[in-house]
Design a protein around this ligand. Structure first.
Ligand SMILES: Cc1cc2nc3c(=O)[nH]c(=O)nc-3n(C[C@H](O)[C@H](O)[C@H](O)COP(=O)(O)OP(=O)(O)OC[C@H]3O[C@@H](n4cnc5c(N)ncnc54)[C@H](O)[C@@H]3O)c2cc1C
Length: 418
Protein backbone atom coordinates (compact mmCIF):
# COMPACT_ATOMS: atom_id res chain seq x y z
CA UNK A 1 0.00 0.00 0.00
CA UNK A 2 1.35 3.40 -1.05
CA UNK A 3 -0.10 6.25 1.00
CA UNK A 4 -0.05 10.00 0.65
CA UNK A 5 -0.34 12.05 3.85
CA UNK A 6 -1.41 15.66 3.24
CA UNK A 7 -0.42 17.83 6.20
CA UNK A 8 -2.81 20.76 6.68
CA UNK A 9 -3.78 22.00 10.16
CA UNK A 10 -1.88 19.17 11.85
CA UNK A 11 1.75 20.19 11.43
CA UNK A 12 3.10 17.92 14.16
CA UNK A 13 4.09 14.34 14.89
CA UNK A 14 3.42 14.14 18.65
CA UNK A 15 -0.24 13.32 19.28
CA UNK A 16 -0.88 12.60 15.65
CA UNK A 17 -2.17 9.01 15.95
CA UNK A 18 -3.52 9.19 12.39
CA UNK A 19 -0.05 9.71 11.00
CA UNK A 20 1.42 6.91 13.15
CA UNK A 21 -1.30 4.52 11.97
CA UNK A 22 -0.78 5.41 8.31
CA UNK A 23 2.96 4.78 8.63
CA UNK A 24 2.31 1.38 10.18
CA UNK A 25 -0.26 0.38 7.58
CA UNK A 26 1.73 1.53 4.51
CA UNK A 27 4.60 0.01 2.57
CA UNK A 28 5.53 3.47 1.37
CA UNK A 29 4.46 6.89 2.62
CA UNK A 30 4.66 10.23 0.84
CA UNK A 31 4.06 13.48 2.73
CA UNK A 32 2.99 16.77 1.22
CA UNK A 33 2.00 20.28 2.14
CA UNK A 34 0.19 22.41 -0.42
CA UNK A 35 1.28 26.02 -0.56
CA UNK A 36 -1.16 28.32 -2.29
CA UNK A 37 0.88 31.04 -3.99
CA UNK A 38 -1.96 33.53 -4.42
CA UNK A 39 -2.95 33.23 -0.73
CA UNK A 40 0.64 33.60 0.42
CA UNK A 41 1.14 36.74 -1.64
CA UNK A 42 -1.77 38.35 0.21
CA UNK A 43 -0.64 37.22 3.69
CA UNK A 44 0.72 39.64 6.24
CA UNK A 45 4.44 39.19 6.92
CA UNK A 46 3.93 37.79 10.46
CA UNK A 47 1.47 35.18 9.30
CA UNK A 48 3.71 34.12 6.42
CA UNK A 49 6.72 33.81 8.73
CA UNK A 50 4.85 31.77 11.37
CA UNK A 51 3.49 29.42 8.73
CA UNK A 52 6.89 28.95 7.12
CA UNK A 53 8.58 28.28 10.48
CA UNK A 54 5.92 25.66 11.25
CA UNK A 55 6.35 23.92 7.90
CA UNK A 56 10.15 24.00 8.19
CA UNK A 57 9.96 22.53 11.68
CA UNK A 58 7.74 19.67 10.46
CA UNK A 59 10.05 19.11 7.53
CA UNK A 60 13.03 18.72 9.88
CA UNK A 61 11.20 16.34 12.22
CA UNK A 62 10.12 14.19 9.29
CA UNK A 63 13.65 14.22 7.88
CA UNK A 64 14.87 12.72 11.17
CA UNK A 65 12.59 9.77 10.35
CA UNK A 66 13.93 9.59 6.80
CA UNK A 67 10.80 11.13 5.26
CA UNK A 68 10.89 14.06 2.85
CA UNK A 69 8.13 16.63 3.08
CA UNK A 70 7.20 17.56 -0.48
CA UNK A 71 5.94 21.07 -1.22
CA UNK A 72 3.21 21.17 -3.81
CA UNK A 73 2.93 24.75 -5.02
CA UNK A 74 -0.52 25.79 -6.14
CA UNK A 75 -0.15 28.40 -8.83
CA UNK A 76 -3.05 30.72 -9.58
CA UNK A 77 -4.71 29.05 -12.48
CA UNK A 78 -6.86 31.87 -13.80
CA UNK A 79 -10.53 32.46 -13.22
CA UNK A 80 -11.56 29.16 -14.71
CA UNK A 81 -10.02 27.21 -11.83
CA UNK A 82 -11.25 27.57 -8.28
CA UNK A 83 -8.73 26.75 -5.53
CA UNK A 84 -10.66 23.51 -4.97
CA UNK A 85 -10.19 22.40 -8.57
CA UNK A 86 -6.52 23.39 -8.50
CA UNK A 87 -5.94 21.47 -5.25
CA UNK A 88 -7.66 18.36 -6.54
CA UNK A 89 -5.65 18.52 -9.78
CA UNK A 90 -2.35 18.88 -7.93
CA UNK A 91 -3.17 15.89 -5.70
CA UNK A 92 -4.43 13.74 -8.57
CA UNK A 93 -1.31 14.46 -10.62
CA UNK A 94 0.92 13.58 -7.68
CA UNK A 95 -0.99 10.35 -7.03
CA UNK A 96 -0.79 9.34 -10.66
CA UNK A 97 2.92 10.09 -10.90
CA UNK A 98 3.78 8.11 -7.76
CA UNK A 99 1.20 5.34 -8.01
CA UNK A 100 -0.49 6.32 -4.76
CA UNK A 101 -3.36 4.16 -3.49
CA UNK A 102 -4.78 6.26 -0.67
CA UNK A 103 -4.84 9.83 0.63
CA UNK A 104 -4.95 10.67 4.36
CA UNK A 105 -5.69 14.13 5.66
CA UNK A 106 -6.91 15.90 8.76
CA UNK A 107 -10.70 16.50 8.65
CA UNK A 108 -11.21 19.86 6.99
CA UNK A 109 -13.43 22.75 8.03
CA UNK A 110 -12.91 24.84 4.88
CA UNK A 111 -15.20 24.29 1.93
CA UNK A 112 -12.49 24.59 -0.78
CA UNK A 113 -10.52 21.79 0.81
CA UNK A 114 -13.63 19.65 1.25
CA UNK A 115 -14.64 20.20 -2.36
CA UNK A 116 -11.10 19.29 -3.43
CA UNK A 117 -11.24 16.06 -1.43
CA UNK A 118 -14.49 15.20 -3.17
CA UNK A 119 -12.67 15.36 -6.53
CA UNK A 120 -9.63 13.28 -5.54
CA UNK A 121 -9.48 10.02 -7.46
CA UNK A 122 -7.87 7.74 -4.83
CA UNK A 123 -9.48 6.59 -1.59
CA UNK A 124 -9.59 9.49 0.88
CA UNK A 125 -9.61 9.13 4.67
CA UNK A 126 -10.20 12.19 6.85
CA UNK A 127 -8.83 11.99 10.41
CA UNK A 128 -10.22 14.02 13.29
CA UNK A 129 -6.94 15.17 14.73
CA UNK A 130 -7.57 18.87 15.33
CA UNK A 131 -10.52 18.51 17.69
CA UNK A 132 -11.24 16.98 21.08
CA UNK A 133 -13.78 14.61 19.57
CA UNK A 134 -14.08 12.65 16.36
CA UNK A 135 -17.40 13.01 14.57
CA UNK A 136 -18.69 9.60 15.73
CA UNK A 137 -17.90 10.61 19.35
CA UNK A 138 -20.09 13.72 19.30
CA UNK A 139 -23.04 13.56 21.70
CA UNK A 140 -25.32 14.64 18.81
CA UNK A 141 -25.56 13.91 15.10
CA UNK A 142 -23.71 16.57 13.12
CA UNK A 143 -26.85 17.58 11.25
CA UNK A 144 -28.41 18.16 14.66
CA UNK A 145 -25.61 20.40 15.90
CA UNK A 146 -27.22 22.67 18.51
CA UNK A 147 -27.86 26.14 17.05
CA UNK A 148 -26.02 27.87 19.90
CA UNK A 149 -22.74 27.31 21.68
CA UNK A 150 -24.44 27.15 25.12
CA UNK A 151 -26.58 24.21 24.10
CA UNK A 152 -23.64 22.31 22.56
CA UNK A 153 -21.49 23.02 25.62
CA UNK A 154 -24.05 21.40 27.92
CA UNK A 155 -23.90 18.19 25.88
CA UNK A 156 -20.12 18.22 25.96
CA UNK A 157 -19.83 18.98 29.63
CA UNK A 158 -21.96 15.97 30.41
CA UNK A 159 -19.74 13.77 28.24
CA UNK A 160 -16.80 12.14 30.01
CA UNK A 161 -14.57 12.18 26.94
CA UNK A 162 -12.58 15.37 27.62
CA UNK A 163 -11.91 14.06 31.13
CA UNK A 164 -10.95 10.70 29.70
CA UNK A 165 -8.30 11.33 27.10
CA UNK A 166 -7.29 7.70 27.18
CA UNK A 167 -10.22 5.97 25.55
CA UNK A 168 -8.18 4.12 22.94
CA UNK A 169 -4.73 2.55 22.80
CA UNK A 170 -3.60 5.07 20.18
CA UNK A 171 -4.68 7.92 22.45
CA UNK A 172 -3.00 6.35 25.49
CA UNK A 173 0.26 6.31 23.55
CA UNK A 174 -0.25 9.89 22.41
CA UNK A 175 -1.11 10.98 25.95
CA UNK A 176 2.09 9.42 27.31
CA UNK A 177 4.14 10.92 24.48
CA UNK A 178 2.73 14.37 25.28
CA UNK A 179 3.58 14.00 28.96
CA UNK A 180 7.11 12.87 28.05
CA UNK A 181 7.52 15.81 25.66
CA UNK A 182 6.32 18.29 28.30
CA UNK A 183 8.54 16.74 30.99
CA UNK A 184 11.55 16.94 28.69
CA UNK A 185 11.08 20.72 28.72
CA UNK A 186 11.65 20.90 32.44
CA UNK A 187 12.51 24.56 32.38
CA UNK A 188 11.49 26.00 29.06
CA UNK A 189 12.41 29.62 28.61
CA UNK A 190 9.26 31.72 28.41
CA UNK A 191 10.30 33.74 25.38
CA UNK A 192 7.09 35.76 25.11
CA UNK A 193 6.92 35.68 21.36
CA UNK A 194 5.36 33.60 18.64
CA UNK A 195 7.67 31.30 16.82
CA UNK A 196 6.17 28.60 14.62
CA UNK A 197 6.57 24.84 14.84
CA UNK A 198 5.84 21.82 17.00
CA UNK A 199 8.86 22.21 19.28
CA UNK A 200 8.15 25.90 19.92
CA UNK A 201 4.45 25.08 20.52
CA UNK A 202 5.25 22.35 23.05
CA UNK A 203 7.75 24.64 24.76
CA UNK A 204 5.12 27.33 25.06
CA UNK A 205 2.56 24.82 26.38
CA UNK A 206 5.00 23.58 29.03
CA UNK A 207 6.08 27.10 29.91
CA UNK A 208 2.51 28.42 30.29
CA UNK A 209 1.54 25.67 32.73
CA UNK A 210 4.78 25.89 34.69
CA UNK A 211 3.86 29.40 35.74
CA UNK A 212 0.75 30.10 37.80
CA UNK A 213 -1.18 32.13 35.18
CA UNK A 214 -3.72 29.37 34.51
CA UNK A 215 -5.11 29.83 38.05
CA UNK A 216 -6.00 33.46 37.22
CA UNK A 217 -6.95 33.06 33.56
CA UNK A 218 -10.62 33.97 34.03
CA UNK A 219 -9.72 37.32 35.60
CA UNK A 220 -7.03 38.22 33.06
CA UNK A 221 -8.22 36.74 29.77
CA UNK A 222 -9.99 39.92 28.63
CA UNK A 223 -6.88 42.09 28.84
CA UNK A 224 -5.84 43.81 25.62
CA UNK A 225 -2.16 43.06 26.02
CA UNK A 226 0.26 40.93 28.03
CA UNK A 227 1.83 37.56 27.25
CA UNK A 228 0.42 35.60 30.20
CA UNK A 229 -3.01 37.29 30.38
CA UNK A 230 -4.43 34.64 28.08
CA UNK A 231 -2.85 31.35 27.02
CA UNK A 232 -1.58 32.41 23.55
CA UNK A 233 -2.07 28.81 22.38
CA UNK A 234 -4.09 29.88 19.33
CA UNK A 235 -1.35 30.21 16.64
CA UNK A 236 0.04 26.75 17.41
CA UNK A 237 -3.46 25.27 17.65
CA UNK A 238 -4.51 26.85 14.36
CA UNK A 239 -1.71 25.12 12.43
CA UNK A 240 -1.86 22.00 14.56
CA UNK A 241 1.69 22.40 15.89
CA UNK A 242 -0.04 21.37 19.11
CA UNK A 243 -3.42 19.70 19.48
CA UNK A 244 -6.36 20.60 21.75
CA UNK A 245 -5.95 17.16 23.36
CA UNK A 246 -2.39 18.08 24.29
CA UNK A 247 -3.67 21.27 25.88
CA UNK A 248 -6.16 19.17 27.86
CA UNK A 249 -3.40 16.76 28.98
CA UNK A 250 -1.30 19.68 30.23
CA UNK A 251 -4.34 21.36 31.80
CA UNK A 252 -5.37 18.20 33.69
CA UNK A 253 -1.80 17.73 34.88
CA UNK A 254 -1.75 21.33 36.12
CA UNK A 255 -5.08 20.87 37.91
CA UNK A 256 -3.81 17.68 39.61
CA UNK A 257 -0.67 19.39 40.81
CA UNK A 258 -1.80 22.95 41.56
CA UNK A 259 -5.55 22.64 41.93
CA UNK A 260 -8.57 23.18 39.69
CA UNK A 261 -10.62 26.36 39.91
CA UNK A 262 -12.94 28.54 37.79
CA UNK A 263 -10.01 29.77 35.76
CA UNK A 264 -8.66 26.36 34.80
CA UNK A 265 -12.20 25.33 33.89
CA UNK A 266 -12.48 28.45 31.72
CA UNK A 267 -9.53 27.38 29.55
CA UNK A 268 -11.47 24.20 28.76
CA UNK A 269 -14.59 26.36 28.20
CA UNK A 270 -12.74 28.42 25.55
CA UNK A 271 -11.47 25.28 23.85
CA UNK A 272 -15.10 24.27 23.56
CA UNK A 273 -15.78 27.47 21.60
CA UNK A 274 -13.05 26.42 19.19
CA UNK A 275 -14.58 22.95 19.03
CA UNK A 276 -18.05 24.38 18.42
CA UNK A 277 -16.94 26.51 15.48
CA UNK A 278 -15.15 23.57 13.89
CA UNK A 279 -18.33 21.48 13.88
CA UNK A 280 -20.37 24.53 12.92
CA UNK A 281 -18.19 24.94 9.81
CA UNK A 282 -18.45 21.23 8.98
CA UNK A 283 -22.22 21.38 9.43
CA UNK A 284 -22.97 24.58 7.52
CA UNK A 285 -20.25 24.43 4.83
CA UNK A 286 -20.64 27.33 2.34
CA UNK A 287 -23.13 29.18 4.55
CA UNK A 288 -20.16 30.16 6.72
CA UNK A 289 -19.05 32.57 4.01
CA UNK A 290 -22.29 34.09 2.76
CA UNK A 291 -23.41 37.56 3.74
CA UNK A 292 -26.72 36.48 5.28
CA UNK A 293 -25.13 33.56 7.11
CA UNK A 294 -27.67 31.15 8.51
CA UNK A 295 -30.44 33.75 8.68
CA UNK A 296 -31.33 34.10 5.04
CA UNK A 297 -31.56 37.87 5.48
CA UNK A 298 -29.00 40.52 6.45
CA UNK A 299 -28.85 41.80 10.02
CA UNK A 300 -28.10 45.32 8.67
CA UNK A 301 -27.72 47.16 5.36
CA UNK A 302 -23.99 47.15 4.57
CA UNK A 303 -22.45 50.22 2.94
CA UNK A 304 -19.97 50.13 0.09
CA UNK A 305 -17.18 52.35 1.43
CA UNK A 306 -13.64 51.28 0.46
CA UNK A 307 -12.09 54.33 2.14
CA UNK A 308 -13.69 53.51 5.50
CA UNK A 309 -12.46 49.92 5.10
CA UNK A 310 -8.91 51.06 4.39
CA UNK A 311 -8.97 53.36 7.43
CA UNK A 312 -10.20 50.51 9.61
CA UNK A 313 -7.48 48.19 8.28
CA UNK A 314 -4.75 50.74 8.90
CA UNK A 315 -5.98 51.86 12.33
CA UNK A 316 -7.10 55.32 11.18
CA UNK A 317 -10.70 55.40 12.41
CA UNK A 318 -12.32 57.83 14.87
CA UNK A 319 -11.91 55.21 17.64
CA UNK A 320 -8.45 55.21 19.27
CA UNK A 321 -8.84 51.81 20.89
CA UNK A 322 -9.87 50.23 17.61
CA UNK A 323 -6.89 51.89 15.91
CA UNK A 324 -4.49 50.59 18.56
CA UNK A 325 -5.84 47.05 18.18
CA UNK A 326 -5.56 47.16 14.39
CA UNK A 327 -2.00 48.44 14.57
CA UNK A 328 -1.14 45.67 17.01
CA UNK A 329 -2.60 43.16 14.52
CA UNK A 330 -0.70 44.66 11.59
CA UNK A 331 2.61 44.65 13.46
CA UNK A 332 2.39 41.32 15.31
CA UNK A 333 -0.23 39.16 13.56
CA UNK A 334 -2.05 38.79 16.90
CA UNK A 335 -4.87 40.58 18.69
CA UNK A 336 -6.58 39.75 22.00
CA UNK A 337 -10.08 38.31 21.97
CA UNK A 338 -11.47 41.51 23.49
CA UNK A 339 -9.71 43.54 20.79
CA UNK A 340 -11.17 41.33 18.06
CA UNK A 341 -14.67 41.85 19.42
CA UNK A 342 -14.19 45.62 19.56
CA UNK A 343 -12.79 46.05 16.06
CA UNK A 344 -15.43 43.72 14.62
CA UNK A 345 -18.21 45.63 16.36
CA UNK A 346 -16.74 48.87 14.99
CA UNK A 347 -16.65 47.54 11.43
CA UNK A 348 -20.22 46.24 11.63
CA UNK A 349 -22.00 48.81 13.81
CA UNK A 350 -20.10 52.07 13.46
CA UNK A 351 -18.82 51.77 9.87
CA UNK A 352 -21.65 49.49 8.71
CA UNK A 353 -19.43 47.54 6.36
CA UNK A 354 -20.04 43.97 5.23
CA UNK A 355 -18.75 41.73 8.07
CA UNK A 356 -17.05 39.50 5.47
CA UNK A 357 -14.58 42.29 4.62
CA UNK A 358 -13.40 42.18 8.22
CA UNK A 359 -13.17 38.38 8.15
CA UNK A 360 -11.12 38.51 4.94
CA UNK A 361 -8.69 41.01 6.41
CA UNK A 362 -8.26 38.90 9.54
CA UNK A 363 -7.68 35.88 7.30
CA UNK A 364 -4.71 37.63 5.70
CA UNK A 365 -3.18 38.97 8.90
CA UNK A 366 -3.80 36.64 11.84
CA UNK A 367 -1.03 34.19 12.69
CA UNK A 368 -3.72 32.09 14.38
CA UNK A 369 -6.07 32.27 11.40
CA UNK A 370 -8.42 29.34 11.53
CA UNK A 371 -11.19 29.14 8.97
CA UNK A 372 -13.88 27.92 11.37
CA UNK A 373 -13.05 30.17 14.37
CA UNK A 374 -12.51 33.24 12.24
CA UNK A 375 -15.55 33.08 10.00
CA UNK A 376 -17.72 31.67 12.80
CA UNK A 377 -16.83 34.52 15.17
CA UNK A 378 -17.26 37.16 12.47
CA UNK A 379 -20.60 35.75 11.44
CA UNK A 380 -21.65 35.78 15.10
CA UNK A 381 -20.68 39.45 15.46
CA UNK A 382 -22.23 40.26 12.07
CA UNK A 383 -25.56 39.15 13.56
CA UNK A 384 -26.09 36.27 11.13
CA UNK A 385 -24.46 33.37 12.97
CA UNK A 386 -24.82 31.20 16.04
CA UNK A 387 -26.24 33.95 18.23
CA UNK A 388 -29.98 34.15 18.87
CA UNK A 389 -29.59 37.76 20.05
CA UNK A 390 -28.58 39.08 16.60
CA UNK A 391 -26.29 42.10 16.32
CA UNK A 392 -24.21 42.97 19.39
CA UNK A 393 -22.92 46.50 19.60
CA UNK A 394 -20.02 47.30 21.91
CA UNK A 395 -20.01 50.84 23.29
CA UNK A 396 -16.52 51.90 22.23
CA UNK A 397 -16.14 54.68 24.85
CA UNK A 398 -17.28 52.43 27.65
CA UNK A 399 -14.94 49.66 26.53
CA UNK A 400 -12.04 52.11 26.44
CA UNK A 401 -12.80 53.26 30.00
CA UNK A 402 -13.07 49.67 31.19
CA UNK A 403 -10.14 48.03 29.40
CA UNK A 404 -7.70 50.88 28.90
CA UNK A 405 -8.57 53.41 31.64
CA UNK A 406 -5.17 55.12 31.56
CA UNK A 407 -4.80 54.99 27.78
CA UNK A 408 -1.60 52.93 28.04
CA UNK A 409 -2.55 50.42 25.36
CA UNK A 410 -3.65 53.20 23.00
CA UNK A 411 -0.37 55.00 23.55
CA UNK A 412 1.77 51.87 23.09
CA UNK A 413 0.13 51.11 19.72
CA UNK A 414 -0.35 54.71 18.64
CA UNK A 415 -4.12 54.67 18.47
CA UNK A 416 -4.52 58.44 18.40
CA UNK A 417 -4.65 59.73 14.84
CA UNK A 418 -3.43 63.29 14.29
C1 LIG B 1 -13.82 38.45 15.10
C2 LIG B 1 -13.04 37.32 15.71
C3 LIG B 1 -12.19 36.55 14.92
C4 LIG B 1 -11.46 35.49 15.48
N1 LIG B 1 -10.62 34.75 14.67
C5 LIG B 1 -9.94 33.68 15.19
C6 LIG B 1 -9.09 32.88 14.39
O1 LIG B 1 -8.96 33.07 13.18
N2 LIG B 1 -8.41 31.87 14.98
C7 LIG B 1 -8.54 31.60 16.32
O2 LIG B 1 -7.89 30.65 16.83
N3 LIG B 1 -9.37 32.31 17.09
C8 LIG B 1 -10.06 33.35 16.59
N4 LIG B 1 -10.87 34.09 17.39
C9 LIG B 1 -11.11 33.65 18.78
C10 LIG B 1 -10.19 34.27 19.86
O3 LIG B 1 -10.17 35.67 19.74
C11 LIG B 1 -8.75 33.71 19.80
O4 LIG B 1 -8.78 32.31 19.78
C12 LIG B 1 -7.97 34.13 21.05
O5 LIG B 1 -7.96 35.52 21.18
C13 LIG B 1 -6.55 33.60 20.93
O6 LIG B 1 -5.76 33.98 22.03
P1 LIG B 1 -5.41 32.93 23.16
O7 LIG B 1 -4.84 31.69 22.57
O8 LIG B 1 -4.60 33.62 24.17
O9 LIG B 1 -6.86 32.60 23.72
P2 LIG B 1 -7.33 32.09 25.14
O10 LIG B 1 -8.25 33.10 25.71
O11 LIG B 1 -6.21 31.68 25.98
O12 LIG B 1 -8.22 30.80 24.81
C14 LIG B 1 -7.67 29.47 24.76
C15 LIG B 1 -7.99 28.87 23.41
O13 LIG B 1 -9.40 28.73 23.25
C16 LIG B 1 -9.77 28.98 21.89
N5 LIG B 1 -10.68 30.14 21.84
C17 LIG B 1 -10.76 31.16 22.71
N6 LIG B 1 -11.75 32.01 22.36
C18 LIG B 1 -12.31 31.51 21.25
C19 LIG B 1 -13.37 31.92 20.41
N7 LIG B 1 -14.11 33.03 20.65
N8 LIG B 1 -13.65 31.18 19.32
C20 LIG B 1 -12.96 30.07 19.04
N9 LIG B 1 -11.95 29.62 19.81
C21 LIG B 1 -11.62 30.32 20.89
C22 LIG B 1 -8.48 29.27 21.13
O14 LIG B 1 -8.04 28.08 20.54
C23 LIG B 1 -7.54 29.72 22.24
O15 LIG B 1 -6.18 29.48 21.94
C24 LIG B 1 -11.60 35.18 16.86
C25 LIG B 1 -12.45 35.96 17.65
C26 LIG B 1 -13.16 37.03 17.09
C27 LIG B 1 -14.05 37.84 17.98
Amino acid sequence: MKSLYWFTQDLRLTDNPAFSQVIEASDEIHCIVIQHQADENKMGACKRAFLQQSIDSLSQTLAQQGITLQHLPLATMGNTHSPAVAMAQAINQYCQLHDIDALHVSAQAGSYERDALGAVKVVVTEHFNQTLWAEHELPFALNELPPTFSKARKFWEQSDRPMNLLHSDALKQSHDATLRALASMAEPVPNAQFSGGEQAGLEHLASYFQGGSASFYKQTRNALDGWTQSTKFSPWLALGCISPRQVMVALRQYENEKGANDSTYWIFFELLWREYFFWYARRHRDKLFVKNGLNGEPAYQAKDDPIALKRWQQGQTDFPLVNACMKQLNQTGYMSNRGRQLVASCLVNELQLDWRLGAEYFEQQLIDYDVASNWGNWQYLGGVGADPRGLRRFDQDKQQRQYDPYGEFIKRWQGYVN
